[in-house]
Write a protein that binds this ligand. Structure first.
Ligand code: HEM
Ligand code: HEM
Length: 180
């Protein structure tokens, strides 16, 4: 007998999705607060931002590999043609940003010639110090971060629209347990 296609994302995809949603939110909020911090406080929080941001980068690679090797559940037949057309490209933009933004963050920080300190171990700068290069990457990291924040807000608005207005089961595809 043919296997019924699953209507939900698998456990790995859900775990990575929600873990990364929490991490990216924390990293973005810390980044947005940098301007309000004094020098000493900012030094501590830049390191925390870097540690969590590098975790996002590693998880993003894992998530992209998982996505390329595991087919997501098919959209229900009742979904509007326009949503069907736009959801793939919309998710692709998110995948590009969750990799590119932390990668640009690393290219902003490492040219300063300092390590990222995880307490138990350190990640050395991995490149020769080059302040001018780091500054130009900072501009790109900042623009990328703002685009990512905007894209995530739109994504969350769409998810809530599916859950609260359309009530078409799309939201529940990414939530463990019973369908909502
Ligand atoms: C999803 C991941 C990330 C997000 C959403 C994010 C977001 C941000 C935001 C909003 C800012 C403030 C931009 C501004 O200057 O106005 C910032 C600054 C910065 N980020 Fe990230 N970031 C991420 C990952 C990383 C990573 C992985 C690193 C380094 C390993 C990093 C290093 C930096 C540095 C060095 C700054 C500038 C701090 C300063 O002003 O000295 N970021 N980031
Ligand atoms: C930083 C935050 C987030 C990022 C980067 C993100 C990224 C993504 C990506 C890339 C997908 C597509 C999965 C795939 O088809 O491979 C997805 C799906 C989904 N996300 Fe998010 N997400 C975030 C936060 C949220 C939040 C807060 C919610 C709920 C309020 C949410 C709800 C969903 C839902 C319901 C799906 C499944 C859509 C479908 O079935 O087609 N996401 N997310």
């Amino acid at each position: 007998m043919a296997e019924t296609p699953s209507s939900k994302y698998d456990a790995v995809a859900m775990t990575l999705h929600w873990l990364m949603a929490a991490l990216i939110t924390a990293v973005a909020v810390i980044g947005l607060l940098f301007d309000l911090m004094d020098r000493e406080t900012k030094l501590v929080w830049v390191n925390i931002h870097n540690c969590l941001g590098l975790a996002v980068l590693v998880l993003a690679v894992g998530r992209i590999v998982w996505r390329l090797t595991h087919r997501p559940p098919d959209l229900p037949a009742t979904i509007d043609a326009i949503i069907r057309k736009l959801s793939g490209p919309g998710h692709l933009v998110l995948y590009v940003l969750i990799f590119a933004v932390p990668a640009l963050g690393a290219l902003t920080f490492f040219p300063r010639g300092q390590p990222v300190d995880f307490s138990l171990f350190q990640i050395p700068p991995l490149m020769t110090p080059d302040r001018a290069f780091g500054r130009s990457m900072h501009g790109l990291h900042q623009i990328g971060a703002y685009i990512l924040i905007g894209a995530v807000c739109l994504h969350v608005a769409m998810a809530l629209w599916h859950r609260l207005v359309k009530r078409d089961g799309i939201f529940g595809r990414m939530v463990p347990g019973r369908s909502i």
